[in-house]
Design a binder for this molecule. Structure first.
Ligand SMILES: C[S@@+](CC[C@H](N)C(=O)[O-])C[C@H]1O[C@@H](n2cnc3c(N)ncnc32)[C@H](O)[C@@H]1O
Length: 242
């Protein structure tokens, strides 16, 4: 399970503490490496996920594990009143806040520090929730998902993106080579954190994927849970309702 894969394999500290430290460390390179390593395709994944929320015209949106805020900024296209970017890492959100200021949307997008497994929001307080490449990092996956379910209003929608492994044998073998060997090398070169981009493929491999994750979401109480592999399955897109 994902609980056993931690950034620094440090048994003295919780996964949460290690994840926060890792993202604080790599924050200054996060956007650059994200777009480089995905060849910019991550932008199209977020756009597709945001489109799935359009039908309910959400006014209050929560972006869990918001990091540098790319998903939160993409959600601006839905013309909401408020977007809350929520994250453990101040280092990451610092870049998110700078983006919001530069785009002149600080009155709409705010960033709040905290743990997704214990969120400081009232029940049923958001119309829609997005999570981009975050759930894999939760220390207690079910606790984080239960909190998302609690703060979402009835009829509200959720869009989750997570990195995954392609199913096709040949594509999977090629992708494993890229993801398991080349990505850690480039990541180490640019981010100066030797572990961060090795933790990435390790944590993806350990994370429940496709129908296995769909079952977990259904057990939490989400309805109409749908799964779609994107770009040969390099990204998994889950959408659901409360
Ligand atoms: C890979 S980044 C994703 C950033 C952004 N959502 C995106 O689409 O690029 C994962 C983020 O999840 C955050 N995170 C991990 N565990 C968390 C938790 N328990 N509560 C809040 N944020 C968490 C990390 O701090 C990090 O910023």
């Amino acid at each position: 399970m994902n609980q056993t894969v931690t950034p620094y394999n440090d048994s003295q500290r919780s996964k949460k503490e290690q994840v926060e430290e890792m993202f604080d460390n790599i924050a200054y390179r996060y956007d650059f490496l994200n777009h480089l390593l995905s060849l910019g395709i991550d932008i199209t994944w977020r756009k597709k996920a945001i489109k799935s929320l359009q039908s309910i015209q959400p006014k209050r949106i929560l972006d869990v594990a918001s990091g540098t805020g790319d998903f939160a900024m993409e959600a601006l296209s839905l013309k909401p009143e408020t977007i809350v970017g929520f994250d453990l890492s101040e280092g990451m959100m610092q870049y998110g806040r700078a983006k919001a200021t530069k785009m002149g949307v600080s009155n709409i997008v705010e960033f709040v520090k905290g743990d997704s497994e214990q969120m400081p929001f009232a029940d049923n307080s958001f119309d829609a929730i997005t999570v981009g490449f975050g759930v894999r990092n939760f220390e207690n996956l079910e606790a984080g998902l239960r909190e998302m379910h609690r703060v979402l209003r009835h009829g509200g929608k959720v869009a989750i993106l997570e990195a995954s492994m392609p199913r096709n044998t040949i594509i999977r073998a090629l992708y494993s080579l890229y993801f398991g060997k080349i990505v850690p090398l480039i990541g180490k070169m640019f981010s100066k954190d030797a572990r961060a981009y090795s933790y990435l493929p390790e944590s993806v491999k350990a994370f429940p994927e496709g129908l296995e994750f769909v079952r977990i979401l259904e057990n939490i109480g989400f309805r109409n849970v749908e799964y779609a592999p994107l770009t040969f399955g390099a990204c998994a897109f889950y959408r659901m309702e409360k």
